[in-house]
Design a protein around this ligand. Structure first.
Ligand SMILES: C[S@@+](CC[C@H](N)C(=O)[O-])C[C@H]1O[C@@H](n2cnc3c(N)ncnc32)[C@H](O)[C@@H]1O
Length: 226
């Protein structure tokens, strides 16, 4: 039996959140490589969250949940006029972005009506002005080239749709709050997909217990934006 000092509960939890969810990475990799073969997963995934809406906020309160998001948003140097949080769930990222960019118009969209109801309630309770709508990330109800910043945290990344609704020169951010070392391994496949969808660059790194990746949409006339 070890006689060393016990790690704190917080250290144990952080290690578990960083290294535990290894299953996320093969899922993301497979989605980046063969999205057309996995449409059935995405239907189930959306449905499952309808049942979790009542409990989901408790999960977002886990220590470290917002660290990767905060580090990603630190990379944004200009104030985005229009921001979209795709698969917003209970609106954690949307509310955070509105607080960081109070002058921006922030929209959160999710396939689950239950999640959207909780998101609306939480935003009112927090006094944060965000528009929440029901919609499918695979077929977003928004015009092409509209948003300056599009974020997707902890959900299936529909990369082509993210890039479609993003303005040329705008940023698309994928955040995975947990399992950062494993998600790093799946990032090259996701980055390749962003580049195919018109990103002029796509880079990512581990952050807190998780990971984030950022892609910039190419401008018209640039090789990526053609
Ligand atoms: C793990 S939760 C993440 C919620 C939030 N982004 C966060 O990080 O706290 C995944 C969310 O993705 C949503 N979702 C799943 N499939 C979707 C789809 N096709 N379109 C939009 N939302 C979807 C679910 O309803 C759920 O709210």
């Amino acid at each position: 039996m070890s006689t060393g000092p016990l790690p704190s509960k917080s250290e144990v939890r952080r290690t578990a959140l960083t290294y535990g969810p290894a299953f996320l990475a093969p899922g993301l990799w497979a989605w980046a490589k063969f999205p057309e073969k996995l449409n059935w997963v995405s239907g189930l995934y959306g449905k499952a969250f309808g049942y979790l809406a009542a409990f989901y906020d408790t999960w977002t309160e886990v220590e470290g949940y917002g660290e990767a998001l905060d580090e990603a948003v630190n990379e944004i140097r200009t104030v985005p006029g229009h921001i979209l949080d795709i698969a917003t769930g209970t609106g954690y990222a949307a509310r955070r972005l509105k607080r960081l960019f109070p002058a921006s118009q922030v929209t959160g969209v999710d396939i689950s009506e239950e999640m959207v109801s909780v998101a609306r309630y939480d935003a009112i309770a927090d006094g944060v002005d965000v528009l929440f709508e029901v919609g499918d990330a695979a077929d977003l109800p928004y015009a092409d080239n509209y948003f300056d910043l599009v974020i997707l945290q902890n959900s299936i990344p529909y990369i082509e749709e993210m890039m479609r609704v993003l303005k040329p020169g705008g940023r698309a951010i994928v955040v995975v709050s947990l399992g950062g070392p494993w998600v790093s391994l799946s990032w090259p496949a996701l980055a390749g997909r962003f580049e195919q969808a018109g990103a002029q660059d796509a880079w990512g790194r581990r952050a807190g217990p998780g990971f984030f990746g950022i892609a910039t949409k190419g401008l018209p006339g640039s090789a990526a934006g053609d």
